[in-house]
Design a protein around this ligand. Structure first.
Ligand code: NAD
Length: 502
């Protein structure tokens, strides 16, 4: 990726990289080394107004472009993203820290959404009812909202923008991406790839900024919709401000995902999946399993087996070919994780694996936390109530499946959950009883494929619509219903002043 000044990350406005007029900057770190690698430009009010005005004009023309031409751009974009996986993954790992194979995994899930968006001619088909009354037909179609802004989190620098942008653009909108200020570079490459795919300038733009920039997007009269993914307090704030300003909003929030392990489960299989779902990406996934709910006799053996796996995890710079897990995102995140673990231990929980003092040779300044398992956690402890967002698995012991379900339903979050069992009846009871949007049965990270939609319940999502898939099409469009009469000749029947009936 090119930058106009070395180690400075610019905005991408109207088809070109530009420093804009804002004078603020923010340092970008490599979390594995703790070193500053670049300075990120931050937009000012003029940059925001320029970007929105360009998006407005671009939306007016792009929304009128034929479905055939939109689809051709998306197909080309899909090919370009696929052929730049290596480069995108390097950018992700350098700023996020996750291991390269994991970075490629998130790009793969983003590609699936682009592929789904390539089917937009079918997805936008309307309805038609012939002769609903004599000589009258009714039909419907959907139109783009106009200008949509996406505000995205640090933990999936490519996948989450691709949950939004291909869907918004396929449906005829102009899209402004405000990426996380911790991981901005991959978004810039996506912008270049959109341009190379033939997307007209201004339809996809990247604006880096701080809270003022976000406020500007939430309140700007020319922004029609907001897609947000991030933590719950921010999701709630975004929803309140943007809806008060008349925007359509979907805001996905944080999570505390529980997995119930029944005694009849294959415990080796469950332990493999639990370790992967708790410690993969250093636990910094919104679908990470952070609470293992061990039922009855399952607990002791399960904890032993997950411990064995945790101790084998190779924590290294994500670019190392044999790395299983990288660092956490910031020193502040590390401090919060360590504090929460220390408090749980002080409150009587059992530290089964302690990752607090991990040192990675040659990377002493990186933001490291090793895999950590805390057993006998109580629901009043911060280790249970807080979204730790680090490589920490807490184990809560219960006696029955019903008790486990009650625990999940009492939790304020409802993003994802899983059950490990060999009983179909137990799994069915679980899937019908939990107040959670995405459920895995012997599947730890049940992220829906692109032709379903992704979304949690309760404090994990504000707004009516889940993201991507059919609900994504619906979110980025507004319906029109046309009632039409084309009389062959005019029969003067006089005006009727009653409500029309068919
Ligand atoms: P975050 O909420 O701190 O930031 C998300 C975005 O909001 C960023 O672009 C950031 O710049 C902006 N932001 C931060 N504070 C803001 C404020 N006060 N006002 C306005 N904007 C603000 O989240 P993060 O730390 O980048 O990402 C991790 C969080 O995202 C976790 O809580 C995780 O569960 C959640 N997440 C949820 C999903 C999901 O699908 N539900 C997916 C990925 C991540």
């Amino acid at each position: 990726m090119s930058t106009t000044t070395e180690n400075v990350i610019n905005h991408y406005i109207n088809g070109v990289e530009t420093p804009g007029t804002g004078t603020g900057t923010k340092p970008i770190y490599n979390p594995a080394t703790g070193q500053v690698t670049a300075e990120l430009r931050l937009a000012d009010k003029a940059d925001l107004d320029t970007t929105v005005a360009i998006a407005r004009a671009a939306a007016d023309t792009w929304g009128d472009i034929s479905l055939a031409k939109r689809t051709a751009v998306l197909f080309k974009f899909r090919e370009l993203v696929a052929s730049h996986i290596e480069e995108l993954a390097q950018l992700i790992t350098a700023e996020h820290g996750k291991v390269l194979a994991d970075a490629k995994g998130e790009i793969g899930r983003g590609l699936e959404v682009i592929e789904y968006a390539c089917g937009i001619p079918t997805l936008l088909k309307g309805d038609y009812s012939d002769q609903v009354s004599t000589g009258i037909d009714v039909f419907s179609f959907r139109e783009p909202l106009g200008v949509v802004a996406g505000i995205t989190p640090f933990n999936f620098p490519v996948m989450v923008p691709l949950w939004m942008a291909p869907m918004a653009i396929a449906t005829g909108n102009a899209f402004i991406l405000k990426p996380s200020g911790n991981v901005p570079s991959a978004a810039m490459l996506l912008a270049e790839l959109f341009k190379e795919a033939g997307l007209p300038d201004g339809v996809f733009q990247v604006l880096h900024g701080d809270r003022d920039t976000i406020s500007g997007l939430l309140t700007h009269p020319d922004v029609d919709g907001i897609s947000f993914v991030g933590s719950t307090p921010v999701a709630q704030h975004i929803t309140e401000v943007a809806t008060a300003h008349g925007k359509r909003v979907q805001a996905l929030g944080g999570a505390k995902n529980h997995a119930i392990i029944l005694p009849d489960a294959d415990l080796d299989n469950a332990a493999d999946h639990l370790a992967a779902a708790a410690f993969g990406s250093a636990g910094q996934r919104c679908m990470a399993i952070s609470v293992a709910v061990a039922v009855g006799d399952a607990a002791d053996l399960l904890v032993t087996k997950v411990k064995e796996r945790a101790l084998e995890i190779r924590v290294k710079d994500g670019t190392a070919p044999d790395a299983d897990m990288g660092p956490v995102i910031t020193p502040a995140s590390k401090d919060f994780i360590l504090k929460t673990v220390t408090e749980a231990e002080a409150a009587g929980a059992t530290l089964v694996v302690d990752g607090r003092d991990l040192v990675v040779p040659g990377h002493e300044d990186g933001f490291w936390v090793g895999p950590t398992i805390i057993d006998h956690v109580k629901t009043e402890m911060a280790a249970y109530t807080e979204e730790i967002f680090g490589p920490v698995l807490v184990v809560v012991r219960v006696e029955t499946l019903e008790e486990g379900i009650k625990l999940i339903n009492a939790n304020p979050y409802g993003n994802g959950t899983a059950i490990f069992t060999s009983s179909g009846a137990a799994a069915r009871k679980f899937q019908r009883s939990v107040d959670v949007g995405m459920i895995g049965i012997n599947v730890p990270l049940p992220v829906p494929v692109a032709y379903y939609s992704f979304g949690g319940w309760k404090a994990s999502l504000f707004g009516d619509k889940h993201i991507y898939g059919p609900e994504g099409v619906s979110f980025y469009t507004r319906g029109k219903v046309i009632t039409s009469r084309w009389p062959e000749t005019h029969h003067a029947s006089g005006a009727s002043y009653n409500f029309p009936s068919n």
